[in-house]
Unconditional design. Structure first.
Length: 118
């Protein structure tokens, strides 16, 4: 009986601590987007993506992303036309991983920014 309890305890502790370790690896980009989609419920694509917020001192701010910037491309996925699921996957990074964004600033300047997840 004690062996079963010990194994159960070890299993529970491993799941708690291993889960915490995995969660700690999840990166943050430090930005909020205003996204318009088209194409319906089953196959939505991004029609536009505009930066509506940047976390002070966060990854996006460090990369030079500004509120009001229009995102034209996430990695190699063009907006408009990027499938929403693809965009989500491309933006989901672990700490230290990066994503490249093609951005159009308010003055019309197009720049490539690399955001490294923190």
């Amino acid at each position: 009986m004690n062996k079963k309890l010990l194994l159960l305890s070890v299993g529970f502790c491993c799941s708690v601590f291993c889960g915490s370790a995995l969660a700690a690896e999840k990166g943050k980009m430090g930005l909020a987007l205003d996204i318009d989609v088209e194409g319906g419920f089953f196959n939505p694509t991004l029609a536009s993506a505009k930066v509506k917020g940047v976390v002070a001192g966060g990854a996006a701010e460090k990369a030079g992303v500004l509120v009001g910037d229009q995102i034209l491309k996430i990695a190699d996925c063009n907006i408009p036309g990027c499938p929403a699921d693809d965009a989500k996957t491309l933006m989901k990074k672990r700490r230290g991983e990066s994503v490249t964004l093609l951005i159009k600033q308010a003055d019309g300047t197009e720049l490539t920014k690399t955001v490294i997840a923190e």
